[in-house]
Design a protein around this ligand. Structure first.
Ligand SMILES: C[S@@+](CC[C@H](N)C(=O)[O-])C[C@H]1O[C@@H](n2cnc3c(N)ncnc32)[C@H](O)[C@@H]1O
Length: 307
């Protein structure tokens, strides 16, 4: 199964994350362990690597694949629960915290997962089908302006209002049940040359909304900092401009010390610097990597170190 996903910026992720071969590491988006496998190659037998993944199919497969490596502990929950994972494994502080956001090529290409507009599946789009609400509930019930907002903000779709109004009209006749129901509606009103991009934008936007991906990212970053040991690193790989902005702004904010106005005689904000940014500019994949793996093209890696 893991052959279907090539880890992005693999060498760069290892170089930025690993600072102590005996340390405790957290991979919040374990997937099939494409990145973690390489981290483990660099780590000693006394190291620990905790992985989380929301997707049950992916999690179960990885649990089996890594069952022989006693350094690996896996949990089928959201990476926002990094603190819970640390407590369960008696970890006081991590040497490295890693996340490679979004979904994998395997999830996009596998019919059973139902993430792709190219294959007919229930219109669900949840990574963990046992939590939250499915995409069809949003598509069939949300107000037109809320749907438009999702397509505009998370998908940067310029025809967001038009698509939302078509959805509202169509669902009165027949509610949306499958990925194909939605793909067909978009297909009917989109010129062929724009079709793939528009379908990708609409489905990606819905997936981000359904999984509350941006809120989870913010929570994960906030939870992570106090769990990093001094000198420990946090490395995040994003594929969407909004995600990248969240990481960039968060790192910048954590790099700031006192934010009192300069004319204050003493500090009363109590704000302390917690991170030092390692990547002044985000690292992007090389042309060669993009050539080999198209999914890498929008990848951006940012890293910061705990003070
Ligand atoms: C891009 S893939 C990671 C691939 C992995 N780095 C590899 O190379 O094999 C992202 C994975 O993270 C999972 N995921 C996404 N958001 C998550 C979250 N908030 N908490 C836990 N897992 C998440 C997805 O189910 C998916 O398996």
């Amino acid at each position: 199964m893991d052959k279907f996903h090539s880890p992005v910026l693999l060498k760069e992720s290892v170089e930025h994350l690993i600072t102590d071969k005996d340390g405790a590491y957290f991979d919040g988006t374990f997937g099939f362990g494409g990145h973690s496998r390489r981290f483990l190659e660099q780590l000693s037998q006394s190291a620990l690597l905790i992985g989380t993944d929301l997707d049950q199919i992916v999690f179960n497969q990885s649990l089996e694949n890594f069952s022989q490596d006693s350094r690996v502990r896996l949990y089928n929950f959201n990476f926002t629960k990094i603190g819970v994972a640390a407590r369960l494994e008696s970890v006081e502080g991590f040497t490295g915290i890693f996340a490679d956001l979004g979904v994998s090529s395997y999830q996009l290409d596998n019919e059973e997962e139902g993430f792709s507009y190219r294959m007919t599946a229930p219109l669900d789009l949840r990574m963990n089908k046992a939590e939250g609400i499915a995409a069809h509930e949003i598509v069939n019930n949300a107000e037109a302006h809320d749907l438009a907002k999702i397509f505009r903000e998370f998908g940067e779709e310029i025809q967001s209002g038009y698509i939302a109004s078509l959805i509202v009209k169509q669902r009165k006749i027949k509610p949306f049940k499958t990925t194909t129901d939605l793909a067909k509606l978009i297909e009917d009103v989109t010129p062929q040359r724009f079709l793939v991009k528009r379908l990708s934008r609409v489905f990606q936007a819905l997936r981000i909304a359904v999984n509350k991906e941006l809120d989870s990212l913010k929570e994960f970053l906030e939870e992570s900092v106090p769990l990093l040991k001094p000198g420990g690193r946090i490395v995040v790989l994003t594929y969407h401009s909004l995600e990248d902005r969240i990481v960039k702004d968060f790192f910048k904010e954590e790099e700031k010390g006192c934010v009192c106005p300069p004319n204050f005689p003493v500090c009363n904000c109590d704000k302390e610097q917690t991170l030092k940014i390692i990547t002044k500019k985000p690292i992007s994949p090389s042309i060669a990597e993009i050539h080999e793996n198209r999914r890498a093209r929008s990848g951006k890696l940012r890293a910061a170190e705990r003070i």
